[in-house]
Design a protein around this ligand. Structure first.
Ligand SMILES: [Zn+2]
Length: 97
């Protein structure tokens, strides 16, 4: 896993008003793009829609990976929870700055 300094990104997200945050989660309570991104995913909370598991991104299992996304799946039952997009270009991380 690639470690990135996500302090700035987290700080920016904490300034988002609560009403905005509601739009950032899907109907199962899992974060989705753009809230869910390469900087934030390890610190966000996920909930399994099939079993009672919940936890942060550092605990989830990686499902299928293709050129565009990495699936994040439940470590207990393997159910799909969310998808992390690779398509975003972040200078100094996955893009030449
Ligand atoms: Zn599960």
């Amino acid at each position: 896993m690639i470690e990135v300094n996500s302090e700035k990104s987290i700080e920016a997200l904490q300034k988002i008003p609560d009403a905005e945050l509601e739009r950032l989660y899907d109907q199962y309570g899992n974060p989705r793009w753009p809230y869910l991104n390469l900087f934030t995913w390890k610190r966000l909370n996920f909930k399994c829609r099939q079993c009672s598991w919940s936890g942060d991104g550092g605990q989830v299992d990686i499902g299928e990976v293709d050129d565009e996304i990495t699936e994040l799946v439940c470590p207990d039952c393997g159910a799909y929870m969310s998808a992390l997009s690779h398509l975003v270009e972040i200078p100094g991380f996955n893009k030449e700055s």
